[in-house]
Design a protein around this ligand. Structure first.
Ligand code: AHR
Length: 615
């Protein structure tokens, strides 16, 4: 039911959860030395060349050639808005190189923001003839700095070719080499999400088809993963465009692995042969749709096929012989119109013919009330879509008004996936608001309506997930990070309370025989959990008054007398969490007593409460 939506937006992947610290490590950004600076007052001609061999290597055309014959110099990398360095932590450097003799040696230095050496290592490349070699070394940092930079000083005399210059912290998630930022993964793992939706979002579509997300280009050796400009490399909202590219170091294999690590199902979304309709609106002609459909079929084989199949073997070769047990995928993100329906029909036929039980998620665009949405929804329901993906970025009062949105939804036929949602202060201005207590309380209130209708709304994921404080394009976002730290917004704690208390069965929760959708400003849903043996009630008080509530816990089960309530509350709806005060809005636990199936509880003003009573 409750999952997470991952997109490389706001430096979510590169510069975020993908722990690579070197920006433009293989010199493939539009300006080849973007992110790099030469460390010398005046560079001699020919000291550093960017060599392009695109005919020979289309996926990784550029490398640099260093010549120290006329003297030593260095290059330094600024990282993604600086490099986060932690005192006492190991840093793992690696590089691909070629050199005819052993003339050039590399001195590696982490420099603090005020240019002091805070970590140092050496790498003496061996003779490599004309083949590329990879060599690694590690060193330990002596000081913490969130805005460090990394320098390579070239010593000795000679020429050397360098590519894939890489630096990772030694504390990646599960200590995987060149892996993910552990603190960010942990925040996801703590939520115990049911699924991880990836890789987006609009980056699935791309601004044009050439820049769409193609999963086959994101697996295998990282030096062969062809980099593209991120669709979010735009001046957007209130932030200037960052230098934003997709290295695909976090590729489809790593996404599957991440989902598996944190006990979630993988939920990939694939391009349906249409680029972002808000941008170019480019579509693949119908007689050229085959490669797109084939990508979808091959992805199912990659995830689930045994090792005698081509793509199943590829998965095994990457280190995962066991299938990932993929159950569903999305075809298209926020696509609409007759062009979408035509393409979707072709995908659906091909996939259902080969995999009849595989479930498909269909897009229903971005406007949850407009004519376009209603028309598309009707067509999708008529064609028996397995899941319809609804997105809503709306103000808080819209969320409260829509807490009963699915109470009268048809119970037969298509199910709903609320694939992206968040409270936005002004729906027309992305970035106009941060997640404050008001946005989280309104989201929690609507989510009681999703949970009450869990037979229809079978999945939901808040969006977007991550944002880097120095490089975001879109707000609000659930989790904010800088180069060293991460904190959860009030929405993070709401999402976590739902996903860690999801229960197994919905039960009725009523006031005067009616669903609780705003009477006295209250919103509620209830479940039982047959595994943990608990009744779980979720209730929000959206008013500025405390409310004394007498719960009548009717039903067959005999309840234990002692339970507890996890409470999020604040009288200031504008309250935010921050790096300085990450727990301003976070759950507080109190004990409760149940007598004769009755519970009396005072709900604080502006509060969301998760009540748990064992049976
Ligand atoms: O979540 C941010 C963006 O919002 C997604 O990329 C897109 O699907 C939606 O419009």
């Amino acid at each position: 039911m409750w999952g997470v939506f991952f997109e490389d937006i706001n430096f979510g992947a590169d510069g975020g959860i993908y722990a690579e610290l070197i920006k433009n490590r293989s010199f493939e950004f539009a300006k080849p030395l973007m992110g790099w600076a030469i460390q010398r007052a005046k560079a001699n001609e020919g000291e550093i060349l960017v060599v392009n061999r695109k005919e020979e290597n289309i996926t990784n055309p550029r490398y640099i050639q260093i010549n120290t014959e006329k003297g030593n110099f260095g290059i330094s990398n600024e990282g993604f808005k600086g490099i986060g360095v932690k005192k006492g932590l190991r840093y793992d450097f690696s590089v691909m190189y070629r050199q005819q003799n052993t003339g050039v040696k590399l001195r590696l230095q982490l420099l603090s923001a005020d240019n002091k050496i805070i970590g140092e290592g050496n790498l003496n490349p061996e003779k490599s003839s004309s083949d590329w070699k990879k060599q690694s070394t590690s060193f330990v940092a002596t000081k913490t700095d969130a805005k460090a930079k990394f320098t390579i000083l070239f010593e000795g005399k000679g020429k050397i070719d360098l590519d894939m210059i890489s630096l990772f912290p030694g504390d990646t998630w599960k200590n995987r080499p060149q892996g993910l930022r552990a603190d960010m993964v942990k925040m996801l793992a703590d939520m115990k999400p049911g699924f991880v939706r990836f890789p987006g979002g609009c980056i699935v579509e791309g601004t044009d088809l050439a820049n769409r997300y193609q999963w086959k280009k994101t697996i295998g050796p990282i030096e062969n993963r062809q980099l593209i400009m991120n669709r979010w490399n735009v001046e957007f909202a209130h932030r200037p465009a960052p230098d934003y590219y997709q290295s695909f170091g976090l590729g489809f294999f790593e996404y599957f692995q991440l989902a598996e690590d944190i006990g979630s199902d993988a939920l990939p979304i694939l391009n349906c042969g249409m680029a972002c309709q808000f941008n170019t609106g480019e579509v693949a002609s119908l007689d050229e749709l085959d490669p797109y459909v084939q990508d979808a079929l091959d992805l199912i084989e990659f995830a689930n096929g045994d090792i005698t199949t081509k793509w199943g073997k590829m998965r095994a070769d990457l280190g995962h012989p066991k299938p990932f047990n993929l159950k569903m995928m999305g075809i298209g993100n926020e696509n609409w119109g007759p062009q979408y329906l035509e393409r979707l029909a072709i995908f659906t036929k091909a996939i259902k013919t080969k995999y009849p039980d595989f479930k498909l998620i269909n897009s229903s665009g971005t406007d949850p009330e407009g004519d376009r949405f209603n028309l598309l929804n009707t067509s999708l329901r008529n064609s028996n879509a397995d899941f319809i993906d609804e997105h809503y970025y709306r103000p808080a009062d819209w969320f409260l008004k829509n807490a009963g949105r699915y109470d009268d939804y048809p119970r037969d036929g298509s199910k709903v996936f609320v694939g992206e949602y968040a409270v936005h202060a002004d729906k027309n201005v992305i970035g106009s608001s941060r997640n404050n207590w008001q946005s989280a309380l309104a989201a929690a209130s609507l989510m009681t309506g999703l949970e009450r209708n869990a037979d229809v709304v079978q999945m939901a994921s808040y969006a977007p997930l991550f944002a880097h404080i120095d490089a975001w394009q879109w707000a609000p976002d659930m989790i904010w990070v800088d180069n060293l730290n991460a904190y959860g917004t009030p929405d993070y704690y709401v999402q976590k309370l739902f996903s860690t208390n999801k229960g197994t069965d919905v039960i009725a929760s009523k006031i005067d025989g009616k669903n609780i959708i705003g009477q006295d400003g209250l919103y509620a849903s209830a479940v039982t959990d047959k595994i943990s043996k608990e009744v779980i009630i979720k209730i929000s008080n959206t008013t500025d008054k405390a409310q004394n509530i007498d719960f009548n816990l009717e039903g067959k089960r005999s309840l234990k007398t002692k339970g507890y309530v996890d409470e999020l509350a604040n009288t200031n709806l504008n309250q935010l969490n921050s790096f300085e005060n990450p727990d301003a809005i976070s759950p507080k636990r109190n004990s409760i007593t149940v007598k004769n199936k009755k519970l009396s509880l005072t709900l604080k003003p502006y509060s969301f409460n998760v009540i748990k009573i064992p049976f």
